[in-house]
Write a protein that binds this ligand. Structure first.
Ligand SMILES: Cc1ncc(COP(=O)(O)O)c(C=O)c1O
Length: 456
């Protein structure tokens, strides 16, 4: 196996990491939002705060428009990102000459690191512009394997690694392989919205499990026990999570793995924000469960969102099936991006990524207390990603109107909870600290002023 520079050793220490879990007085939520998949389109409001589908309706269907004749029900059922209309409005304000501070976008503000750009340019110049093997360049799969050895002390056979078009491609592969029509995965609500849409695409479904600060916004073995039913086939968790930034410890990952395997289910873990953790390293599920499916990406820590490159680590037996799916679904990931990504594992690139990680940490350390000071409740300190998920119930039970107010009056854009699910969505917002600290300072000043006009 090719030896790669191991510029920084992560996470083996993370095995003993435990999470700060707050324990408010209220009893734990035990109600299952049971989701008969694939029907219906009506939304109702529960207690004026939670947006949930009416009984017998799918969580997948957020569209209030009737299906377009001639187009599939599947397509109709997949909801748009609500933040896109906010973004469109933000862009219109910018075109009208306003200075908008963007805290709504889930993308690092840094452009791709210079060594990676150079490697991409060299790949183009050398004519590396053809399809690669469906599983990806052998050299890149070796490099990713080296990454697991360096950062987690794990020996992952490159044969188990499939290079994909983004983490999104890995999600497409995993849901296509693991979910039959009518079957579902348990997903935390709030969570990354595309997860349930991928499930809808394969005619499966999502059973959204309401989570809150008491479990650091993550699924637990208890939640799996209380929500599992005959149609459940597994669970997908993310660590660090979007939108909450919380991290699962090795112990917690082991607990989830046991809860799922004990029921004949599989565990899929989205680790695409690995590397972007502050004051700690996130353990990989592969440190405690070699049979788990792991999604990762070059988008976030490696700063390559637009290159569309990620990977999936799968148990050996699953690889031939996944390879077949990859051949048919997208043939191969971008060859140029794959050649460029080889440079991600150099000492030079790693130093850049680590400096960026430090910058993100400083931003979090500024924005978190500043928002709390203003009355935004963030009960669990997020340890990773670049998001703060704040409870704004002190100010509103209409997060969308709240976000619109700040955009219109103060030109600060952040995302309403509805983009991440239904549980408590009307009184949560997500702010991405993808701006430099002086810009965040300006944002906080504007938010403070906007709060006065909102309340006034
Ligand atoms: C939790 C999570 N998973 C997966 C993705 C997909 O990212 P990509 O396809 O760029 O790797 C995102 C993107 O924001 C995300 O937040």
């Amino acid at each position: 196996m090719q030896r790669l520079p191991c510029a920084r050793v992560w996470a083996v220490a993370g095995l003993s990491t435990t999470l700060p879990v707050v324990t408010p007085a209220e009893p734990a939520e035990t109600t299952s939002l049971a989701v008969p998949p694939l029907v219906g389109s009506v939304l109702v409001s529960r207690n004026g705060t939670d947006v949930v589908p009416a009984a017998g309706r799918t969580m997948d269907d957020m569209s209030t428009l009737p299906p377009t004749p001639g187009y599939s029900r599947r397509s109709h059922d997949i909801a748009p990102f609500h933040v896109m209309s906010l973004l469109a409005r933000a862009q219109a304000l910018e075109q009208a000459g306003h200075d908008v501070i963007h805290l709504e976008i889930g993308e690092p503000d840094f452009s791709t690191a210079e060594p990676v750009v150079r490697a991409g340019q060299a790949a183009l110049a050398a004519g590396h512009t053809r399809y690669t093997a469906a599983r990806g360049l052998p050299s890149l799969r070796e490099a990713i394997s080296g990454f697991y050895r360096c950062h987690y002390g794990l020996a992952i056979d490159p044969e188990r690694i499939l290079v994909t078009p983004g983490g999104s491609g890995a999600l497409l592969l995993a849901s296509s392989l693991l979910v039959d029509p009518g079957r579902h995965w348990l997903l935390a609500d709030p969570g990354y919205p595309c997860n349930r849409h991928f499930l809808r695409l394969v005619e499966g479904g999502a059973q959204l499990v309401p989570v809150d600060a008491r479990t650091a916004w993550q699924l637990t073995p208890e939640r799996i026990a209380s929500h599992w039913n005959d149609d459940s086939v597994g669970a997908l968790v993310a660590s660090p999570a979007n939108p909450t930034g919380t991290v699962l410890s090795a112990e917690q990952l082991r607990g989830l793995s046991q809860a799922l395997h004990g029921r004949g289910g599989h565990l899929v873990v989205d680790e695409i924000y690995h590397g972007l953790t502050y004051g700690m390293d996130a353990p990989s599920v592969l440190q405690v469960d070699d049979s788990a499916f792991v999604l990762n990406s070059f988008s976030k820590y490696f700063g390559m969102t637009g290159w569309r490159l990620g990977w999936l680590v799968a148990p050996p037996a699953a690889v031939p099936e996944l390879e077949k799916l990859a051949q048919n679904l997208y043939i191969s990931a971008s060859s140029i991006a794959q050649h460029a990504a080889l440079a991600c594992f150099s000492d030079e690139a790693t130093a850049i990524f680590e400096a960026r990680r430090e910058a993100f940490g400083k931003r979090r350390d500024f924005l978190l207390p500043a928002l709390r000071e203003l009355g935004f409740r963030i009960d669990v300190e997020p340890q990773g990603a670049f998001y703060l998920y704040a409870d704004v119930s002190a100010f509103t039970d209409d997060a969308q109107a709240f976000c619109a107010h700040f955009l219109e009056t103060e030109h600060v854009a952040f995302t309403p909870g509805l983009d991440f699910g239904f549980h408590g969505a009307n009184h949560h917002v997500r702010l991405a600290y993808t701006q430099e600290v002086p810009r965040l300072q300006e944002a906080v000043e504007r938010i403070a002023r906007g709060l006065r006009s909102w309340q006034g």
